[in-house]
Design a protein around this ligand. Structure first.
Ligand SMILES: Nc1ncnc2c1ncn2[C@@H]1O[C@H](COP(=O)(O)OP(=O)(O)O)[C@@H](O)[C@H]1O
Ligand SMILES: Cc1ncc(C[n+]2csc(CCOP(=O)(O)OP(=O)(O)O)c2C)c(N)n1
Ligand SMILES: [Mg+2]
Ligand SMILES: [Mg+2]
Ligand SMILES: [Mg+2]
Length: 323
């Protein structure tokens, strides 16, 4: 988008400039009552109804977490916010606000960035959170970094560390869909759109996090890297073993179809696929499971690791950067 005389063409961020871009990204937005000030000053002021703040951040990098030829800017914006709101939900918190760090090359088109902002505002407001501030900087590639703040409503946080032997292991939300979508996109296809859209922008079950907290969940985590990988973090933090029963895992028909089309094992996507941001939690008993939660296994004695039908899983349990 840089013309022959070296000057940026009109619809690039370089031509619009830093403050013009910020104006376009934040103009005419409504905020929830928790946003007391912002965006626009040196920092935002946010109400913390509970008196404590739950805070989390996740960075998304072009080529690593998304591709501009796979996803629309709006989907990338939604995903950047959704992955963070899922981490809040996994603590049992309700989102209050998000802050956005955006880095991009000067020749990035302004419509691309305003659509990206549109997606971030849409996902934030879907969860009744304000977008209260951010930063825009020049970089070699597109990077979207989101920080999200949440409120516990007077409850204790549900950490990764509270699972006890004898607890029920349960999940809420989809498993394997985003991984199936990644496999489809990776082979150059664009359908079926259900799994492809799941990869482009997740739909985490935000309300299930606070609901699990109210129901007495003893530990919780969101599935970003893969069910087995993330259960590994919960097991380690709690000092327990976790056994997943495959007969209890829902392998959706769609995944079976995509699996046979691509010659891939759909159960492997369910066990190790990340990015659907389902929630996994442990509960003292089956009777405690809130609506939408399904038992997938049990919590075992200390140091037995994560097993599948009683045995260690032979393949990698999920995504790990630099591996
Ligand atoms: N650069 C860092 N500095 C401090 N803490 C970090 C950093 N990177 C990750 N963490 C912390 O390590 C833990 C694991 O990170 P991560 O796997 O990204 O969590 P999640 O899957 O919940 O997003 C989190 O508590 C996170 O806040
Ligand atoms: C282009 C592209 N390649 C690969 C993936 C798959 N992928 C990238 S990051 C990731 C795991 C989740 O991201 P991470 O940064 O680890 O989030 P966190 O665990 O910190 O929430 C997966 C499965 C993708 N989404 N897009
Ligand atoms: Mg993270
Ligand atoms: Mg995360
Ligand atoms: Mg990760």
């Amino acid at each position: 988008m840089v013309s022959a005389d070296g000057r940026a063409s009109d619809d690039t961020v370089a031509a619009l400039g830093e403050f013009g871009l910020i104006r376009r990204m934040v103009a005419d937005r409504t905020q929830p009552a928790t946003t007391l000030l912002g965006p626009g000053d040196d920092a935002a002021l946010v109400a913390a109804p509970d008196g404590r703040v739950v805070a989390t951040t996740d960075v998304l990098v072009s080529g690593v977490h998304f591709r501009l030829d796979w996803s629309s800017p709006e989907q990338i914006g939604r995903k950047a916010v959704a992955v963070n709101l899922a981490d809040l939900a996994a603590m049992g918190a309700v989102p209050t606000s998000v802050l956005v760090g955006l880095a991009c090359p000067g020749d990035t088109s302004v419509p691309l960035l305003t659509e990206l902002a549109e997606g971030m505002w849409a996902e934030a407001s879907r969860a009744r959170a304000g977008l209260v501030g951010g930063d825009v900087v020049r970089a070699e590639q597109l990077v979207v970094s989101v920080t999200a703040l949440g409120d516990l409503g007077g409850r204790p946080p549900v950490t990764r560390a509270g699972a006890r032997p004898g607890d029920i292991l349960a999940v809420c939300g989809r498993l394997g869909w985003a991984a199936a979508g990644l496999a489809v996109l990776g082979r150059g296809f664009r359908s079926p759109v259900g799994v492809v859209n799941a990869q482009r922008a997740p739909e985490p079950p935000y309300a299930a996090g606070p609901a699990a907290a109210v129901a007495g969940a003893t530990a919780m985590i969101d599935i970003s890297d893969g069910l087995l990988a993330d259960l590994g973090h919960l097991a380690e933090a709690s000092g327990v073993g976790l056994d997943v029963r495959t007969e209890r895992l829902r392998v959706d028909r769609k995944l079976v179809d995509v699996g046979s089309a691509l010659g891939a094992d759909p159960l492997h996507w369910v066990l190790t696929g990340g990015e659907d941001h389902a929630l996994a939690a442990t509960f003292p008993s089956f009777a405690d499971l809130p609506e939408g939660w399904e038992q997938i296994g049990t919590v075992l004695l200390p140091d037995t690791g994560v097993t599948v039908d009683g045995s260690p899983y032979e393949r990698s349990g999920g995504w790990e950067h630099w591996r």
